[in-house]
Design a protein around this ligand. Sequence first.
Ligand code: HEM
Length: 381
Amino acid sequence: MIEPTRFQHSSVGAALAREIDAWRSAGPATATDGLALARLITGELRRIGRHALPPPLLDALAEIAEGSRGRDPFLDDYLDAVLARHEDRFQNSAYLALPLLGRILADPASGPERLSALLLADVVRHEERHRDRTGRGVSCKRIRQAARFVRAVDRSLDSDVAPPATLAGAWFELTALPVSTEHDEYFFIRALQAHELVFTTLTDLLRGATTAVRSGRLDEATARVERASAVFERASLLFRLVATMSVDAFHGFRRYTDGASAIQSEAYKRFEIACGEPGSARLASEAFAGVPAVREEADDHDNLARALADLAAGGPRRGAAAIAEAVAKLEAAHQRWKTTHHSLAVRMLGDAPGSGYTAGVPYLAACRANRLVGVCDGAAA
Ligand code: HEM
């Protein structure tokens, strides 16, 4: 048998080089081998930034990814994220390692809300560990905001809550893969990942509310929509957290995130189509261009707006006013969310275009006219 050439690169540590050689000659033997490789890669990547991983290292990892695909799904997802820029498919889901996070979410010990709390608890730990990297005031504020989010998810949780002691839990720490060495990028990634999970929770609540309306259980539907408003308010804590970042720090990593934008967030768009039917202009716009799978789902998808319209067509119903009120509150929460997002973008971005190639702030300003559930004021998004 021909031995593969030994991996060598002046900037890659000896332990990672040895691990690469082992993988190229034998492949994984146990479920934790993938973890060991990923930990070494992550160490390297956090030291120099994902964007600076040398091409020979990326070529070697691409070879491992191809040769071992299917043997360890966690490693497959991990390497897909690490290699995304190298393979010219860098987008939001690769930036945030969302497929890997999704695999952790599928672990019975996790759920979207608990996982979002774990992400913010990780921010607390990270910021406490690196207090010297930010001014004292900013560091305290950031830790406070992150800890508030953890408690808002579940009052019984402390910010020292740790990932479950499962294989999925062990991969949790490997889901923050900064593209730069800018300290603030780590917490920014965690905030965006938590936001994704917030939208996943909201979609579940909205779908449940739609089913409840269809079955005539209006009290249950109202309770679900009210809970969705509360979850949305929790999302604004994440914006407050992101607002602790300086404009310079943001631009320090943004130059490497080109092509990855939350406009490609499937979770946000799924929430949108669970609420109501986006108008044909929005469906055909850049808003849905980056989420083709969700655009397809939208064609034939029940939603709360449609269920409420059908309910209203059947004549007056006890409980209809309460759900209309709950929907109006949800709409207001979404409007506040968009306003805060817009203000943040004005401060951070100014006149620059968005990383998703929209005009940036003008795009977000126009989105404020959209509505989620067309029935509450007759305006469709
Ligand atoms: C520094 C902070 C941020 C800036 C400057 C910013 C900027 C932008 C811009 C310019 C867009 C338009 C699409 C594009 O061209 O990229 C956008 C879209 C979006 N952003 Fe942000 N954003 C920030 C933080 C966040 C955070 C923390 C979230 C949390 C989820 C978020 C969620 C979204 C979503 C869901 C969209 C898509 C909106 C739509 O499709 O209508 N953004 N953002």
